[in-house]
Design a protein around this ligand. Structure first.
Ligand SMILES: NC(=O)c1ccc[n+]([C@@H]2O[C@H](COP(=O)([O-])OP(=O)(O)OC[C@H]3O[C@@H](n4cnc5c(N)ncnc54)[C@H](O)[C@@H]3O)[C@@H](O)[C@H]2O)c1
Length: 333
């Protein structure tokens, strides 16, 4: 049994603890929350039955916790993760790990030097439909994958002012499209090249970006990401894989964000059989990634689903996509 504190009582802090509890998980216990916005922190603590702290050093000194679940704005990930590592607490860190390779490497080095474990919360690797798609592709049922279309579309988050500053949010690529780019690397391994094109919004953010990845295994992928969709357009996740023997397609539409009014289905198309809706187990992806991390800590096993190597590979691809976007040309790896 491990004890966890949430750092950041915002949207993701709620999604993490909510998802963990929705899954009825029992291998850890959330005991505390820390947020420098006292009002938010107190409300979160009350809602979830936690002790409230307004300062990380104070929480680390006084709260007997094993793990800090870091859900802070992205530009704070490096400094706060290193601080938590130095306090000898394990770390679950929201994506993106960092905006630079140097920042990411410093985090992993701090974890190693202090003898603690870290996992980056790349949640799509734990999302039920995406887990099912990977299982089917790896089983060879739809043959070799030729082309993928992956999209994640919505509006700029309304709950955090920091999202509006490109240096702090990382724009669509590091903020939203990271999920699809991460998943494609999980499926196909190393890319060969990327070509990205996009437009800036009124806030000077590249928040509408289209990327074409070629992978070394021969698959091509269009990755479409937007936080500039027309108000009212539902938050959308779309993944279609065309294989030499069949096609899989997952289409998910939510309200403004993922919630009870969301609808989605995963379809399989095989020659002579038409389309078929597939059964997918229902669990919360955020809850599942936390269960997995705690389980790895308890057993002393590697976080094989989400390794340091995979995180660094995805970050280097995001940086290449950004380079391609800025120079307007294809970039090779
Ligand atoms: N995996 C996903 O699906 C997903 C979705 C949204 C956001 N995220 C990631 O989660 C992270 C948090 O995003 P969010 O939407 O929850 O942001 P948010 O603005 O809702 O929450 C961040 C919280 O951190 C607090 N905070 C800021 N500075 C602090 C400090 N110095 N000390 C203590 N608390 C501080 C803020 O008061 C706020 O409550 C980001 O890295 C984002 O990229 C992931």
């Amino acid at each position: 049994m491990k004890t966890i504190a949430v750092l950041g009582a915002g949207f993701m802090g709620n999604a993490h603890i909510g998802g963990y509890r929705r899954n009825h998980s029992t291998n850890a216990r959330y005991s505390a929350v820390c947020d420098n916005n006292r009002e938010k922190c107190d409300a979160f603590a009350k809602e979830h039955g936690l002790r409230a702290y307004y300062d990380l050093d104070d929480m680390l000194a006084r709260e007997p916790i094993d793990v800090v679940d870091i859900c802070l704005p992205s530009h704070l990930h490096v400094d706060f993760s290193i601080k938590v590592a130095k306090a000898k607490r394990h770390i679950l860190l929201e994506k993106p790990v960092a905006f630079t390779m140097e920042g990411a490497r410093r985090i992993f080095a701090a974890a190693r030097e202090n003898g603690v474990r870290i996992m980056i919360a790349q949640v799509i690797r734990f999302w039920p439909e995406y887990q099912k798609i990977r299982e089917i592709i790896q089983g060879g049922e739809i043959g070799d994958i030729v082309t993928v279309y992956a999209a994640r579309l919505g509006q700029m988050p309304t709950w955090g002012e920091w999202y509006k500053d490109p240096k702090v949010s990382g724009e669509t690529l590091f903020n939203l499209t990271i999920h699809d780019i991460d998943y494609l690397h999980y499926l196909f391994g190393e890319p060969e090249s990327v070509y990205s094109a996009g437009t800036k919004d009124k806030m000077d953010n590249y928040n509408d970006v289209m990327n074409i990845f070629k992978f070394r295994n021969g698959a091509n992928a269009i990755v479409d990401g937007s936080l500039s969709m027309t108000p009212g357009y539902p938050f959308t996740m779309h993944f279609r894989a065309l294989g030499t023997k069949g096609t899989l397609e997952f289409l998910f539409k939510a309200g403004e964000n993922i919630g009870p009014d969301s609808t989605g289905s995963l379809m399989r198309y095989l020659p002579g059989k038409g389309g078929e809706i597939l059964d997918v187990p229902k669990y919360d992806g955020y809850g599942r990634e936390i269960e997995y991390f705690i389980d790895c800590l308890e057993r002393g096993t590697d976080t094989a689903i989400c390794t340091e190597e995979s995180v660094l590979l995805v970050l280097s691809s995001l940086l290449k996509a950004k380079e391609s976007l800025l120079i307007g040309d294809r970039c090779k790896f």
